[in-house]
Design a protein around this ligand. Sequence first.
Ligand code: CA
Length: 137
Amino acid sequence: MFKRAVATIAAALAVVAGGASVSGANTPFNGNCQTGEFCLYKGANYSNGIADFENSVDLYYAAGAPYFVNTADSVNDDAGSSRNKSVFHPVRAYVYPDYSGPSVYHQASGAICGGGMCNQYSSLGAFDNHFSSHLYL
Ligand SMILES: [Ca+2]
């Protein structure tokens, strides 16, 4: 009886510990660009629709591919601005699937912008409406 109670308590503690993980309590695709996430916005200046990711995505237009939250708009070739809020990982976004083709490097969140690189881009210039995959580095 005592052993079972200890096991139950240990399991409960494990759940609590999991809920407060060091990676933060972000939730992908909740429409909020949280710590740890890479976010794409349909419009410039982080506006008009968001897709908030917590992992790499190798293809934006396959079955199950991402849409901007609460819209019927595929993320593929439709991002107008981007932001990396991962503290530890730079993220590279690519024009083609499978992390290929021309790309934009996003520094880890908190890194100082320099050399044309930053963790966020309020507009994407020649890359506007071109991203088709992204990779956490
Ligand atoms: Ca989120």
